[in-house]
Write a protein that binds this ligand. Sequence first.
Ligand SMILES: Nc1ncnc2c1ncn2[C@@H]1O[C@H](COP(=O)(O)OP(=O)(O)O)[C@@H](O)[C@H]1O
Ligand SMILES: [Mg+2]
Length: 204
Amino acid sequence: MHVRQALARDLHDRVTQTLTTMLVEMENFKALEFGRDRAINEVSSYQAATREALSNIRDILYELRGDEDLGSDFVSRVGRLLERFEEKTDIKVSLSVSAGWPSRLAVQAAVNLYRVLEEALNNVRMHSGAQAVAVSFRVAEGDLAVVSVTDDGVGLEPVFGERTGLGMLGMRERALLLGGELSIEPVRPRGTSLTAVIPKEKLL
Ligand SMILES: Nc1ncnc2c1ncn2[C@@H]1O[C@H](COP(=O)(O)OP(=O)(O)O)[C@@H](O)[C@H]1O
Ligand SMILES: [Mg+2]
């Protein structure tokens, strides 16, 4: 579902608008008398716009394919996400994957979990002031997949429950989509832990 929405938005912003503008400009071009130099300039600008639209389409295709591969390569893709996060933020990251965690995930499950992780890390970066964050994938009681993101930052504000934002909402929706649930709670002595619990079978 979300993949389609993202695709629609990307196509609109990065392709459709460029092509529409080109059409209008070409129409204007037909109505005017140009010398050869002017005409060549005009055509060059259409070529540039065409190249840009093509390059944007290639990026979009690449991202779509990336999402497709995400299921077969989930843990290492998350590993790379965490490396980039660590470089960007100077927050120390650790990743633990328990025995029994599936080596292959269904594409939809992988995409949803990956987006949850991105937003959770985003929140750690924006709100926690943490020095370290631990990400874990484990299987509990044989049939529950548990994903957690735990930081050692400032923790949640006391009024937290009343004003959760779009990020939390999106993460909850993704967990729900996978038949699971998501919670966030303070950690003693300091920090915040976000946990998604999903039936393992929904990941396969
Ligand atoms: N790791 C965290 N540490 C401290 N506060 C957090 C953390 N994650 C979320 N929060 C709190 O929860 C709020 C809601 O998060 P979110 O729904 O993602 O909205 P946003 O990030 O746009 O503020 C944040 O504004 C912040 O106050
Ligand atoms: Mg957020």
